[in-house]
Design a protein around this ligand. Structure first.
Ligand code: ASP
Length: 293
């Protein structure tokens, strides 16, 4: 249907049944309602994705931006990516240290450089040159959301945020931002900033992933959704379910993804205990939850 629009976000598939996510559920609902109103006003998908992911990062409630945890050396190395489905322009940062909003820096890489991915010191030098907001006192700034103990060492326990949007002009965009997995090695980069693995958008579908990134990279799972739809004529629901419940599950990995297609159909499968997720559509649908109803 022409003019249909929708926004979907996730706050990570690391949700555990032992925890209560009432605060996150209210927060996510507020964000998708505000984003839906922006879409109604004709704001482009890419701008809505940036704004939603920036708000998720700034909240300190999820393992991304302010909510991130450090690597084993105590350094906060963050990853993020953004992609415009209209022209498949993309930007990402990997192992970025010292900046409040990795999604803003990723968008800067997309718009202000000829590159797609900047990593480590180079990403920080770029962020400094443009003047993005810095984190001057990491121990005071970061909230370590979700890092409350019951993670096995080496278990790749994790959290992330992401957003996918179809705007009323028919364009799609995706963004993903993360502090990565708990207790990661210095220099570890997950799927989030790897275009096609943890984030992908074209004119068919927009996808943002969350989970044990190593498996999303090996399965190229965000792009896999588009490929299944393109080459196999799968629906977004079939494609996303196959990526999570077949490929990821066969790897014995855990996680989930959110996806929206060019008709506004939404899919948000996960094989983990839960996935914080929310959406709002032009049809009036509103949803926000961490587990099954
Ligand atoms: N995929 C992220 C990573 O591996 C973590 C997550 O989504 O929870 O860095």
């Amino acid at each position: 249907m022409a003019g249909r629009y929708g926004v979907v976000l996730h706050g990570g598939a690391g949700a555990r049944k032992s925890r209560n996510y009432d605060q996150e559920i209210v927060h996510m609902k507020g964000l998708v309602e505000a984003a839906r109103d922006q879409l109604k006003d004709g704001i482009p998908a890419l701008d809505v994705v940036s704004e939603v992911v920036r708000a998720l990062e700034a909240s300190g409630l999820y393992v991304a931006g302010k909510g991130s945890s450090p690597n084993i050396n105590g350094v906060y190395e963050l990853d993020a990516a953004i992609m415009d489905g209209q022209n498949r322009a993309a930007g990402s940062v990997a192992a970025l240290v010292g900046y409040e909003s990795p999604i803003d820096v990723a968008r800067g890489v997309m718009g202000k450089t000829p590159h797609v991915l900047l990593a480590g010191d180079g990403a920080a030098q770029f962020a400094d040159a443009i003047g993005y907001a810095k984190v001057t006192d990491p121990e005071a700034y970061y909230t370590k959301a979700g890092a409350d103990g019951d993670h096995e060492p080496g278990s790749l326990a994790h959290g992330t945020v992401g957003c996918v949007v179809l705007d009323r002009h028919g364009h799609l965009a995706a963004g993903t931002s993360t502090g990565g997995v708990f207790g990661k090695l210095p220099g570890r980069v997950g799927d989030t900033p790897i275009i096609g693995a943890g984030c992908y958008a074209d004119d068919r579908v927009a996808v943002s992933c969350t989970g044990q990134g190593e498996f999303f990279m090996r399965g190229v799972l965000a792009y896999d959704v588009s490929a299944r739809m393109h080459y196999g004529q799968a629906t977004v629901e079939e494609a996303a379910n196959a990526a999570i419940h077949t490929t990821l599950t066969n790897f014995a990995g855990d996680g989930g993804m959110i996806a929206i297609d060019a008709e506004g159909n939404i899919s948000a499968p996960y094989n983990s205990q839960g996935m914080k997720r929310a959406w709002a559509t032009s049809d009036g649908e509103i949803f926000s939850a961490a587990f099954e109803a």
